[in-house]
Design a protein around this ligand. Structure first.
Ligand SMILES: [Zn+2]
Length: 192
């Protein structure tokens, strides 16, 4: 799986969806990443094909547990109280994966910055590189205000807003946004 440094949107949206599978986000729903298939589905939704799962290999329970642990690390980054702290926490995470950054030829743009592992890395390593550089790319390009908590009072989620206008309000727009809409609608009906 290529990690291209100029391309932060895919990794940032994957990071958002990954942290919001945590049982502490939607407490009543529990862990949305409770079995390997759930992680396969999440990777597919984001068009991600990690090298570690080449040739249709299925995830092991151990790999799932490692990604669940990574999820907590990412959450801690998204919760960073300042932009400097966000950079520090991301750097610390990236240092756990031996890699280097290299300018590589690209058919479309002549050259692109890639993050390349120094040796074979596991699934968590690949996702760490993808997410880590995507979060740094978002911060550099769009700013710290794009890292926000969900606006729904019943949700503990957070998200990275890579939208053009930067007006996203919910971590899972279809779910958290809807709950609010339903509540507002009921309130309006009660008033009339
Ligand atoms: Zn939410």
């Amino acid at each position: 799986m290529q990690v291209v440094l100029d391309d932060y949107v895919v990794g940032a949206s994957f990071a958002t969806d990954l942290v919001n599978t945590s049982p502490r986000v939607w407490v009543e729903a529990g862990d949305a990443l409770r079995d390997p298939q759930a992680l396969h589905d999440l990777l597919d939704e984001h068009g991600l094909s990690p090298d570690a799962l080449r040739n249709g290999r299925r995830l092991t329970g151990g790999e799932l547990a490692d990604v669940q642990a990574l999820r907590e690390e990412i959450r801690s980054i998204l919760d960073a109280p300042t932009s400097d702290e966000l950079v520090d926490r991301t750097d610390q995470l990236l240092q756990t994966v031996p890699h280097h950054v290299r300018l590589v030829p690209d058919a479309q743009f002549d050259y692109r910055w890639n993050a390349l592992p120094d040796r074979r890395i596991d699934l968590t390593g690949e996702l760490t590189l993808l997410i880590g550089y995507s979060l740094l790319g978002t911060l550099r390009t769009l700013g710290y205000e794009r890292f926000r908590p969900c606006a729904s009072p019943t949700c503990n989620g957070v998200f990275v807003d890579t939208s053009r206008g930067g007006r996203r309000r919910y971590c899972m727009p279809a779910l958290c946004g809807n709950r609010i809409n339903v509540a507002n609608h009921r309130q309006r009906q009660r008033r009339t």
